[in-house]
Ligand binder design. Structure first.
Ligand SMILES: [Cu+2]
Length: 165
């Protein structure tokens, strides 16, 4: 009888230790989840802010009427970061002087449309979209004839050319 009681108490205390241990793990998992949710919320906010910025860029361009003179649409294609000189389509984008190229980010990742080449002094000198969220657009009017190379600052292997005649 005494022995049985002892065994019962022993398994009871083992069970309590196990319960406390499991609760500890649950609390830890909960706080990790909360932390991740916080991080995701912050990323969401940042993405939204960028999207709003793009929209206000578009509005100010529309206000100056630069799109009235015609132009071409170009795409940042799906999986662009792996596509090299096929990342922007068409490539080259061909316009006449005074016309506008409108890029749309058709990928699920963020990108930029930035004149020049990576690390070069001319990087971003002619135009720079800043971060383009998925579905965001960027437009630029080309007034002078010539070939302008551009790239994505986040994935410098993404390169394209605008050919202005
Ligand atoms: Cu990119």
């Amino acid at each position: 009888m005494k022995n049985q009681n002892y065994r019962f108490l022993k398994s009871l205390s083992f069970g309590m230790v196990a319960v406390v241990f499991l609760m500890g793990i649950m609390i830890l998992a909960h706080s990790i989840t909360q932390y991740q949710l916080n991080v995701y919320a912050q990323i969401d906010n940042a993405t939204e802010m960028t999207a709003n910025q793009t929209i206000s860029n578009q509005n100010s361009t529309a206000a100056t009427g630069s799109q009235e003179s015609g132009g071409v649409s170009a795409s940042i294609v799906p999986n662009a970061s792996t596509m090299g000189d096929k990342a922007f389509s068409p490539n080259p984008a061909e316009v006449k002087a005074g016309e506008t190229v409108i890029w749309t980010n058709d990928d699920s990742q963020i990108h930029t449309v930035t004149s020049g080449s990576v690390g070069a002094e001319d990087s971003g000198k002619v135009f720079d979209s800043g971060i383009l969220s998925p579905k965001a657009t960027f437009d630029f009017k080309f007034d002078q004839a010539g070939e302008i190379n551009y790239y994505c600052t986040l994935h410098p292997q993404m390169v394209g050319t605008v050919s202005v005649s």
